[in-house]
Design a protein around this ligand. Structure first.
Ligand code: PLP
Length: 453
């Protein structure tokens, strides 16, 4: 019998409650609610739960299933690669065809002066890699004091110790262990929340100046890098004012500081270009990629490394004492390669840029008249709805975050997935979503906001 097909529903939920520690989940009360909702299969933009309910996935899982679910060619290429070579490492002067071809393919999508790729297993691991690379780079450059990494409050860079330390999520910092030294957090470019009463472009310059001020405070000779998501995802789809990134480029250049772009969410078509740094005009030295790289079918991540860093690190530096057992895993790499081929063949990046992105923007904007909506904003297929109890002052219902949680639960009960980041409702649907599905998402949003108000 196939244990995954012939299950007893009640027993499965009981086992899950009894033994499974879920990430980012408050287990209190979960049992009373009947346990976690079990998702058993998926196709296109839809999930199916254990009770046979069909759910529109407006979040692409965790912002990752860019090509949607049920892609047979991805499962086929995984099976072929598993039969041929299920595993071999890329350490100690060995490689595999899948890892080599994926590195070349990813490099071809990155800026002209970024020709090398280091593989890791997850977004968090890739950011660990980036932290070590940035600090090692400066050691090799003869500037070992350049160690500090500047990040933003409310940034998300992962859950490993380095990832969470780089991130600026206060709830994560309050829990134990985030003690990596030399990480500084500055103001985020979140106009709706922190720039009330200010012109948006002017606020963008204020937020960028916070980076420059920090550099001047700690001394440019002590700063290795600045890290930022082009658009903060988990923070609440925070699309910076137009002035922000141009100023960050200037600051990093002026003080000779590496710019690390965390494209874990923004990469692979999400913003209407292959990468968010193209959409927003950012000039990165290192790029973090994960999620959409394989559309989540298998875990794999990558750091794109610019020529300047590569030349010092690998030509001058010799051996980089860093890597993971699964760096460049051949099955994950083969799936990622085919996933990129699908994105190209189906023109998904252009579809987001020219059709579905503008359509999502237009439809979400119809919610602006709702009494508890303070702002809607989108970039490509990233969308946000700000829930507020005062449209002018941009304040939150008390306690903060609760309205978002209620709204999210309303969505889930209506078989649509959107996520609450505090009191911001966010969406990031698969890049294959069509206009009728966007209509359904937005119509459900209005119902949920009505029910939350
Ligand atoms: N960086 C960003 C911008 C992310 O959104 C995430 C995950 O959501 C990560 C890093 C961490 O990736 P992972 O969960 O694969 O470790």
């Amino acid at each position: 019998t196939n244990i995954l097909k012939n299950y007893d529903k009640a027993e499965l939920k009981r086992l899950d409650n009894a033994h499974h520690m879920h990430p980012f989940t408050d287990h209190k009360g979960l049992e009373g609610e009947g346990g976690s909702r079990m998702i058993v299969r998926a196709d296109g933009c839809y999930l199916y739960d254990i009770d046979g309910e069909k759910i529109l996935d407006g979040m692409s899982g965790l912002w990752c299933t860019n090509v949607g679910y049920g892609r047979k060619e991805l499962t086929e290429v995984a099976a072929e690669q598993m039969n041929e070579l299920p595993y071999y490492n890329t350490f100690f002067k060995t490689s595999t065809p899948a890892a080599a071809l994926l590195a070349a393919k990813v490099a071809s999508l990155l800026p002209d002066d970024m020709n090398h790729v280091f593989f890791s297993g997850s977004g968090s691991e890739a950011n660990d890699t980036n932290l070590r690379m940035a600090r090692h780079f400066w050691q090799l450059e003869g500037k070992p004091n350049k160690k500090i990494i500047i990040s933003r409050n409310n940034a998300y860079h992962g859950s490993t110790i380095a990832g969470a330390s780089l991130g600026g999520m206060s709830a994560m910092h309050k829990q134990a262990g985030l003690e990596i030294s030399g990480i500084e957090h500055v103001q985020q470019p979140y106009w709706f929340k922190e720039g009330v009463g200010m012109d948006e472009d002017e606020f963008g310059l204020v937020a960028a100046k916070a980076v420059e001020d920090k550099i001047l405070e700690v001394g440019a000779d002590n700063v290795a890098a600045f890290i930022g998501e082009p658009v903060q995802g988990a923070g609440g789809v925070i699309i910076p004012p137009k002035t922000y990134w141009a100023e960050i480029n200037r600051i990093c250049e002026q003080y000779d500081i590496l710019l690390i772009c965390d494209e874990v969410i923004c990469g692979f078509g999400r913003t209407g270009n292959w990468f968010g740094h193209q959409t927003l005009g950012i000039k990165p030295d290192i790029v973090t990629m994960a999620k959409g790289l394989s559309s989540g079918y298998l875990p794999i991540s990558a750091s794109g490394v610019g020529d300047r860093v590569y030349n010092t690190l690998y030509k001058k530096g010799g051996e980089f004492y860093h890597g993971y057992t699964y760096s460049g895993h051949p099955v994950a790499a083969a799936v990622a390669l085919r996933n990129i081929e699908i994105i190209e063949r189906e023109g998904l990046v252009e579809k987001v840029r020219n059709e579905t992105g503008p359509y999502l923007a237009q439809q979400l904007a119809t919610l602006n008249d709702h009494p508890i909506v303070g702002q809607t904003r989108t970039l490509g297929l990233l969308g946000a709805i700000e829930i507020t109890n005062d449209k002018a002052a941009h304040t939150r219902f008390e306690p903060e975050g609760r309205a978002g949680t209620i709204c999210r639960d309303n969505f889930f009960a209506r078989n649509v997935v959107m996520r609450a980041c505090g009191d911001v409702m966010v969406c990031a649907p698969p890049l294959i979503i069509d206009k009728a599905e966007i209509d359904h998402l937005v119509a459900t949003a209005r119902e949920c906001l009505d029910a939350t108000a």
